[in-house]
Design a protein around this ligand. Structure first.
Ligand SMILES: Cc1ncc(COP(=O)(O)O)c(C=O)c1O
Length: 384
């Protein structure tokens, strides 16, 4: 009889993610799924037309390892127009298989076994495993409780001679906070005397509300010179399943990034890259995104205000945190399961974004949904 040899897991702590669990439960219960963070509406049909046109034109073979030049050019031009830094499209912009691959690749290219990487909790769930796969040590610094702002004293105290990288994310998943210009400047000052690299996860760069501006690490020279700036077309163009992202970084960092990228995915599918390049010729879709999502946010918040859920601010991203302490004293995971089964709305417990959990009586809801989906969820949540 043949047996499968046992392997020692590289990620022994990792199981099925809460997003998969809650989506399955939502389906089983016929719940409105505001858990997983993706749109339930379609992208611009013109974008799909660009993909089929590119396929019909025969753009179906390997593109350059670094990405289709037209897309790198367009992306460099966008960063320059919005954030004021000129990245060289040939040596400083790389197209990736979504932000997740960009993050893993950036970590793998600069983190050596024993190096420390600071993440600010709560954080996106791929950060920790990426660092562990590189053999690095995850150093977790909490954002300020309740307000989710960077705590610079604690960040400074966490930096040691082994610190190689700091990872930040604004607009922030899951708290929906947005770093201010003053906070980004303070970070620049804090990192200036160190050789700590920065990974700035900016996948929600076009979802900032109430007239505020996204402050990209690329807009601050002292940060840009040490940063991998990561973004995702999936978020910007409502195509999360296409898994195409970007990394902008100084040439020396990009060179190392590409060494890993080359043997990780090598490159990203050709027709989608051409389609995105053509679509990006018109900036209106991404320039209109703040207003598009702010309207959904406001519709959602107005409805939620009539429930016993307490709303935290949603400054950016497409998430809304709610404090359910007036409704229930259940721990977050149990509350979210109860909400899915009994009320028919799926949410994500905030505790899953912390190593080992941290109970604050908060749940994350996603409002990247059709208005009728949001209305259906609100009608159910009105029973709370
Ligand atoms: C903060 C953050 N970073 C990265 C990603 C991953 O983006 P992509 O789908 O392009 O890999 C997500 C997706 O939810 C996210 O919320």
């Amino acid at each position: 009889m043949s047996t499968t040899p046992a392997i020692q897991s590289r990620l022994p702590q990792v199981g099925t993610t809460i997003f998969t669990v809650m989506s399955a439960l939502a389906q089983e219960c016929g719940a409105v799924n505001l858990g997983q963070g993706f749109p339930d509406f379609n992208c611009d049909p013109a974008l799909v037309d660009h993909v089929s046109a590119a396929m019909r034109e025969g753009l179906n073979q390997y593109p350059p390892m670094t990405g289709v030049p037209q897309l790198r050019e367009r992306y460099a031009a966008k960063i320059e127009a919005l954030y004021g830094r000129r990245y060289d499209a040939t040596s400083e912009i790389t197209i990736t298989a979504g932000a997740t691959q960009a993050i893993l690749t950036a970590v793998l290219c600069c983190v050596h076994p024993g190096d420390e990487v600071i993440v600010l909790e709560p954080c996106y769930d791929s950060y920790g495993p990426a660092i562990e796969l590189a053999g690095g040590k995850v150093v977790r610094v909490p954002l300020t409780p309740g307000r989710f702002r960077p705590d610079f004293e604690r960040i400074a105290a966490a930096i040691t001679s082994r610190t190689r990288l700091l990872m930040i994310n604004s607009p922030h998943n899951p708290s929906a906070t947005v770093w201010t210009a003053a906070e980004m400047q303070r970070l620049a000052g804090l990192l200036a005397p160190t050789d700590v690299l920065l990974l700035s996860d900016e996948v929600y760069e076009h979802m900032v509300f109430d007239g505020a501006a996204h402050v990209s690490a690329s807009s601050i020279p002292a940060l840009a010179s040490r940063a991998f700036v990561v973004s995702s077309f999936g978020k910007t163009y409502h195509v999360t399943g296409w898994k195409v992202g970007t990394v902008a970084a100084p040439a020396a960092l990009t060179a190392e990034f590409r060494k890993v990228h080359q043997f990780n995915v090598f490159t990203v599918n050709t027709p989608v890259q051409h389609a995105l390049a053509r679509h990006m010729a018109d900036p209106a879709p991404y320039l209109g995104l703040p207003a598009f999502y702010q309207r959904k946010r406001d519709l959602f918040r107005t409805g939620l205000a009539a429930t016993r859920l307490r709303l935290l601010p949603s400054e950016g991203s497409y998430f809304q945190l709610v404090d359910y302490s007036a409704v229930s004293s259940l721990p977050e995971a149990e509350f979210c399961q109860w909400l899915t089964r009994e009320i028919g709305v799926a949410a994500i417990p905030l505790a899953v974004f912390y190593e080992g959990g941290f109970e604050q009586g908060l749940a994350r809801l996603c409002f990247a949904k059709k208005d009728e989906t949001l209305q259906a969820a609100l009608a159910r949540l009105a029973r709370l």
